[in-house]
Design a protein around this ligand. Structure first.
Ligand SMILES: C[S@@+](CC[C@H](N)C(=O)[O-])C[C@H]1O[C@@H](n2cnc3c(N)ncnc32)[C@H](O)[C@@H]1O
Length: 296
């Protein structure tokens, strides 16, 4: 059964004191969330599809270069859903997954066939185990948004890529791109801020990753000669409002810090909101996604 006791960490303690959490507090918080809720990202992300029937993992996997035996790094691979998709598409790909959370890597190891991928525990800011120019493409599904400092991550991506390589990432898209998303986001954050007022004004990771222009500028600073594009898409899931609210809320890191009573209230409010948005049809939760593509 999922543990929903409120999560506290050095990051939430800093916020509660009115301070800006530092990088080590961010790491501690992410490690705690993923220790207690390993695999939570894919519960929502695998259920959400675009109008072509693709999940955001599928959309990202399309950025893989067509050459046989390409060497692919899944940066912050989590429980390994993207690695599994890549392996099923082309068993000749040479796959590596890096993540800093051992509980996530254990899930990835369990789902992948022996030898399907090299799995390494490391921080994206320091991937010393990977040689310079040793991968053809770096993919990163929904994790760049969490990383701070970000510059060393982009430096590491550049270091491990071959000349002519590719970097592609799925990150949060503009809130207004997905109908109803902003209202669901604000509802969840409203409950969170009632218990921890600073959450939201300060959020996990580098906020510049969440803006299309600011993300492009960040990437250009490290890859000045690369072609950089950011495309916006929408993925959505339908279902009974109560179950949908649970799955949708599970995707928001902020929701993990709620007390049990507040969480129950938030889920009831979110279910009512999702049901009201679609009236007679099944309830729907839609998320905006940006796909960053960097061609060196
Ligand atoms: C939202 S989950 C995404 C996991 C997976 N990519 C997916 O989409 O299913 C974020 C992942 O990023 C990892 N992560 C966050 N910051 C990291 C860092 N600086 N270095 C390595 N891993 C990091 C977390 O441990 C977690 O597994």
């Amino acid at each position: 059964m999922t543990d929903h006791s409120p999560l506290r960490s050095a990051w939430t303690e800093s916020l509660a004191r009115g301070q800006r959490p530092d990088a080590s507090a961010l790491r501690a918080h992410l490690r705690a969330v993923h220790r207690d809720h390993a695999g939570f990202t894919e519960t929502c992300a695998r259920a959400c599809r675009d109008t072509a029937g693709r999940t955001s993992y599928d959309w990202l996997a399309e950025a893989v270069p067509p050459d046989r035996q390409a060497r692919i790094l899944d940066l912050a691979c989590g429980s390994g859903p993207l690695l599994q998709i890549l392996q099923a598409r082309d068993a000749d790909l040479r796959l590596t997954g890096v993540d800093m959370c051992p509980e996530e890597l254990a899930l990835a190891r369990a789902r992948l066939a022996d030898g399907a991928a090299d799995l390494l525990q490391a921080e994206a800011q320091d991937m010393a185990a990977l040689a310079d120019g040793s991968v053809d493409a770096v993919l990163c599904h929904w994790a760049l948004t969490l990383m701070d400092p970000l510059a060393p991550v982009l430096d590491e991506v550049q270091r491990v890529l071959v000349p002519g390589g590719r970097f592609a990432a799925i990150v949060d898209g503009p809130m207004d791109a997905a109908p109803g998303y902003a209202a669901a986001h604000h509802l969840i954050y409203g409950h969170v801020q009632a218990e921890l007022p600073g959450y939201g004004e300060i959020d996990l990771g580098d906020p510049r990753v969440r803006g299309t222009d600011s993300l492009t500028d960040l990437v250009h600073a490290v890859f000045p000669d690369a072609t950089v594009t950011v495309e916006t898409g929408v993925v959505a899931m339908d279902g009974p409002a109560e179950a949908l609210a649970e799955d949708a809320a599970g995707f928001f890191y902020a929701a993990f810090i709620l007390s049990p009573a507040r969480r129950v209230q938030m889920l009831a409010d979110l279910a009512a909101l999702l049901a009201a948005q679609t009236q007679d049809a099944p309830a729907r939760f839609a998320m905006p996604v940006n796909r960053l593509l960097v061609a060196l």
